[in-house]
Design a protein. Structure first.
Length: 327
């Protein structure tokens, strides 16, 4: 048996209930893993509210780290006793023990502890595919300006450090002076407190009126229109979330009027659709972390029993860096 945090209907944090569930043996292509810690992400809120619908009842959670207990037929990259971590599809990490597809589970290097492994996989792989695989026309080169919204969040702080290692000039946004200072400590070259000033004129000022090559945006409605205006001709608007709600529909002709710009809506799970792609991206992330180029900051830890409060704090933007649930 295992504790599991489930929802039986969409709604607020009060819908999160801990249940006892039976866990069987892994089938072909599956593993059974006993978690040491699991990660908290904004996509968990989308699942809880029904913005991203799930078959109900359903256990939430998209990343975790622990020890492999058993492997099913056809699984060759993992064995019982291996330390492992993952960002997963389908959801289900808010639990002590689960059976899941092995495809996106990676052996965790000995140099990375379980808490860090649980905190870094979904957010770190997201930063990896954004900066390395979601690039504007002509790619990104040392010295290029980029905008990264929510730069003091879990993905943002990883992206700040990775962008610095790539020689990029990251212009970040956040909602308080403390969050701006935190992102600058982690590698943002410029920070804009959107609670005090309009980010669009500041981006134009910082870039000498030229704008940026790419905007990475997980905020959505509140930042969308001005983000498009931050772009150079042929620039890229890379949307990967909508914490403030989805942006309004727009006519394709708008992209022409704003300089023949590109718009893309990315998801991690398209990028990690194969075992080979997952491992290649994870290897890049593991190297960045073990080399010290990227440090995973865990600012909040909640026992599994306090998952409701963890969701409330995440939605209220009271969190910085990464958040984990401890078991």
């Amino acid at each position: 048996m295992s504790r599991a945090v489930q929802i039986s209907q969409p709604g607020g944090p009060e819908q999160l209930k801990i249940a006892d569930v039976a866990v069987g043996d892994p089938g072909p292509g599956e593993i059974r893993i006993r978690h040491k810690a699991v990660g908290l992400n904004f996509i968990d809120v989308y699942h809880r509210t029904g913005a991203y619908p799930l078959a109900l009842p359903h256990t939430l959670g998209m990343e975790g780290a622990g020890v492999v207990e058993a492997v099913g037929q056809g699984v060759s990259h993992l064995k019982p006793g291996d330390r492992a971590a993952y960002a997963s599809q389908p959801p289900g990490s808010y639990c002590d023990l689960r059976v899941m597809p092995a495809k996106t589970v990676c052996k965790l290097p000995d140099a990375i502890d379980f808490d860090t492994g649980a905190a870094m996989m979904l957010k770190g792989l997201t930063a990896q595919y954004l900066l390395k695989r979601t690039q504007p026309q002509g790619g990104l080169k040392e010295g290029d300006f980029i905008v990264f919204h929510a730069a003091a969040g879990g993905v943002g702080l990883i992206a700040c450090q990775w962008a610095r290692a790539m020689g990029l000039q990251l212009i970040g946004t956040a909602g308080s002076e403390a969050k701006c200072a935190l992102a600058k400590e982690h590698g943002a070259v410029h920070m804009i407190n959107y609670a005090k000033e309009d980010f669009l004129p500041r981006v134009k000022e910082i870039t000498g009126g030229r704008g940026v090559k790419v905007v990475y945006d997980s905020v959505g409605k509140d930042t969308w229109d001005k983000s498009l205006d931050c772009l150079q001709p042929f620039g890229l608007m890379a949307s990967f979330g909508a914490s403030s709600g989805p942006p309004a529909p727009f006519a394709p002709g708008l992209l022409a009027a704003k300089g023949s710009i590109y718009v893309t809506r990315q998801t991690l799970f398209t990028h990690i659709a194969t075992r080979e792609a997952t491992q290649a991206m994870a290897d890049d992330l593991f190297q960045a972390v073990t080399s010290g180029k990227v440090k995973i900051r865990i600012d909040q830890r909640y026992p599994l029993e306090q998952v409701e409060q963890a969701h409330r704090d995440l939605e209220a933007r009271k969190t910085t860096g990464c958040t984990i649930l401890t078991l």
